[in-house]
Design a protein around this ligand. Structure first.
Ligand SMILES: NC(=O)c1ccc[n+]([C@@H]2O[C@H](COP(=O)([O-])OP(=O)(O)OC[C@H]3O[C@@H](n4cnc5c(N)ncnc54)[C@H](O)[C@@H]3O)[C@@H](O)[C@H]2O)c1
Length: 418
């Protein structure tokens, strides 16, 4: 129920009332070609694959603050008054359930809409009861979970994360290494509900939770919504690489003033974000395979909390590149972006595609949804994640074609027109 969550909910409510367009959403605005170019068969994605209709969606969530979705959206300051006033009644009816929260994991947040002190096992059971009550109250046939909560402090998986048995024992013992976001993921997956992790948190990428995903045949995907600066990086870097232009350095800095920025002001939360943001260039440039071009890149990422900017982040990139005979050049990007405006359509697409994946019995890591992630989770540990936005886009569309029994488009068919 923070900036991203409320911008997503209010946006869908506005779109289905005809007040706005779903710009940025592939499921709502994208098209897909089927067959050869000469077949002239291009369809809207939402007509091609059986996605849930926006008018059938209902929303619920948890937060450490008790503000309803209207108050939370106002406070987040992303959407402006006229649209929020128009949606007021619907938004006010969405009240956050009390959160599972531990101060240690998000140090700069101080809310009081928190579940009573109990063991982590009891917290997991309480979340399961919340989800079941929500489903019954709204008469839902299916559910999807998308984490839009804060970034937790950086942690590596420990012994408690290695097997499902160890993790469940850890819940009973309230093991300090089990983060609140992991308890939410566990609750959803225990109920067989597909789950997407929008933060850089360690929530899905450890063996115990993947064991649960396999056991309950649940679709999962993560992590960290690809918006703003990283989106720009994964658009630009594949182009530089495709043309074999070298890179000496990539310096990225951001100022932002929303609550996410405040949370990231804690160095341990920033560390989670930094790790997620830094991985991108390495897998696109493959420095080991291209040492002369990318073997010595200085990649630096900074985020500074600067309240006057609110949700309207400014991200600067300075890229030192070199070309023919090693001659240096520079690229500067100054992206005046709106973080939650870029993230909201991703939440919608993930909810709809994850629901589709679960119905299509695609369980485990949904690599075809890497398109949406800063730090895409590979299907298995010995496979590198795909960061190139254009390869990700091709994989996504070919997966849709495959699901519908059509041929993938590889441009390598027998005929010239493929
Ligand atoms: N906005 C973007 O473009 C973007 C991009 C990538 C990732 N993200 C990630 O998405 C998440 C949400 O971003 P945001 O801008 O909406 O932040 P936000 O601070 O506005 O919202 C996060 C909300 O989560 C709540 N929260 C924290 N811990 C919780 C818990 N244990 N249980 C329930 N609620 C909890 C907070 O109270 C807050 O209201 C962050 O982790 C952020 O890093 C955002």
């Amino acid at each position: 129920m923070g900036a991203v969550g409320t911008t997503f909910i209010a946006g869908v409510l506005a779109i289905r009332r005809g007040l706005a367009s779903p710009i940025g959403s592939l499921t709502q605005m994208g098209t897909i070609r089927i067959g050869k170019r000469t077949d002239d068969n291009v369809q809207p994605i939402k007509d091609y694959v059986p996605l849930a209709d926006l008018k059938d969606l209902v929303f619920g969530g948890w937060d450490v603050f008790s503000d309803d979705a209207y108050v939370a959206a106002k406070r987040a300051g992303v959407l402006e008054s006229p649209i929020l006033e128009e949606l007021g009644d619907e938004l006010r009816a969405i009240k956050p359930m009390p959160a599972v929260f531990e101060q240690e994991y998000v140090r700069n947040l101080h809310g009081d809409n928190i579940k009573p002190d109990a063991s982590k096992w009891e917290w997991a059971q309480a979340l399961i009861a919340d989800i079941e009550a929500f489903k019954a109250k709204h008469g839902c046939t299916r559910l999807v979970g998308v984490w839009c909560g804060s970034t937790e402090i950086y942690k590596q998986p420990g012994a408690v994360h290695q097997t499902l048995a160890a993790f469940e024992q850890g819940l009973r013992d309230s093991d300090p290494d089990i983060a609140p976001s992991q308890i939410y993921a566990y609750a959803f997956m225990k109920l067989g509900i597909p789950y997407a992790n929008g933060a850089p948190n360690l929530s899905l990428d450890f063996p115990a939770i993947m064991e649960l995903a396999r056991q309950n045949s649940v679709a999962v995907t993560g992590k960290d919504f690809k918006t703003g600066q990283t989106l720009m990086k994964t658009i630009l870097a594949p182009g530089l690489k495709a043309r074999m232009l070298g890179v000496h350095g990539w310096y990225s800095t951001n100022i932002l003033g929303n609550r996410d920025g405040e949370v990231l002001d804690d160095p341990d939360s920033f560390k989670s974000k930094e790790v997620s943001k830094l991985g991108v260039l390495d897998t696109i440039f493959e420095p080991k395979r291209n040492p002369e071009l990318y073997g010595d890149i200085h990649h630096v990422v900074r985020i500074n909390y600067y309240p006057p900017r609110g949700d309207n982040k400014e991200g600067w990139d300075n890229i030192d590149i070199f070309g023919w005979l090693g001659y240096p050049m520079q690229i500067k990007i100054d992206f005046l972006c709106r973080d939650s405006i870029l993230a909201a359509p991703i939440v919608l697409d993930l909810a709809l595609f994850m629901d589709l994946a679960q119905r299509a019995k695609l369980s485990g890591v949904q690599e075809w949804l890497s398109f949406y992630w800063k730090s895409p989770q590979p299907v298995q540990d010995d496979v590198y994640p795909e960061h190139d936005l254009f390869i990700q886009h091709t994989k996504l569309k070919n997966t849709l074609r495959h699901l519908m029994g059509d041929d993938p488009i590889t441009h390598l068919g027998a005929e010239y027109y493929d």
